[in-house]
Design a protein around this ligand. Structure first.
Ligand code: ITT
Length: 188
């Protein structure tokens, strides 16, 4: 079985990636490096830098992932600051900002960056949806208030497998895995 390192401090991301990559025969080991994330508006840029910095330390093939929730009525807030905003305002803070706002459009974006001794490559995934009027289900982060287009459930009401079909992370990881398995076949 092929294996890859996932550099993250977020066990929820690890669980989602494990479930998806296992289907392709790829095993994940997660490592929390606690490196400083560059501050930038662009998650692809953030992921690329994190992958570069992590590779310099670990010297093994790895992925990192940066993601964020972009709410239209809030001009894309919290975007790349989602982790901080989740910890400070939380779900209820976001719902309060959206009080009396009818336009609920939002996009979840993920950038998965792969690095090895030769290359750094970034894969993106986006999911359009709506911010719910109240939290529903469990999940983590903003899961209970995000309803992806094509479903009536929030991410918080979905199983990991079902969420992976709809989610930004699932889409970015799928792009990564298609490329990674093709690359491994060529080199083996
Ligand atoms: P690492 O940087 O260590 O990987 P993190 O949680 O700090 O973990 P990010 O900087 O990418 O990750 O922050 C993204 C935040 O956006 C995350 O903490 C959640 O609050 C939110 N988020 C991203 N994807 C999500 C998802 O699928 N479900 C719920 N919330 C999500």
């Amino acid at each position: 079985m092929a294996s890859i390192i996932f550099v993250t401090g977020n066990k929820n991301k690890v669980r989602e990636a494990e479930v998806l990559l296992r289907r392709f025969g790829i095993n994940i080991t997660d490592v929390n490096l606690d490196i400083d994330e560059v501050q930038a508006d662009d998650i692809e840029y953030i992921a690329r830098h994190a992958a570069e910095d992590s590779y310099r330390i670990l010297k093994k093939a790895l992925i990192v992932e940066d993601s964020g929730l972009y709410i239209s009525a809030l001009n894309g807030f919290p975007g790349p600051y989602s982790s901080y905003v989740y910890r400070t305002l939380g779900i209820n803070g976001i719902l309060k900002l959206m009080d009396n706002v009818e336009e609920r459009d939002a996009i979840f974006k993920a950038a998965v960056a792969y690095a090895d001794e030769k290359i750094i490559k970034v894969f993106v995934g986006e999911t359009k949806g709506k911010i719910s009027f109240e939290p529903r289900g469990r999940g983590w982060g903003f899961d209970p208030i995000f309803i992806p287009d094509g479903s009536s459930k929030t991410f918080g009401e979905m199983s990991t497998d079902e969420k992976n079909v709809f989610s930004h992370r699932g889409k970015a990881l799928l792009e990564f895995v298609k490329w990674f398995t093709a690359k491994s076949t060529i080199h083996s």
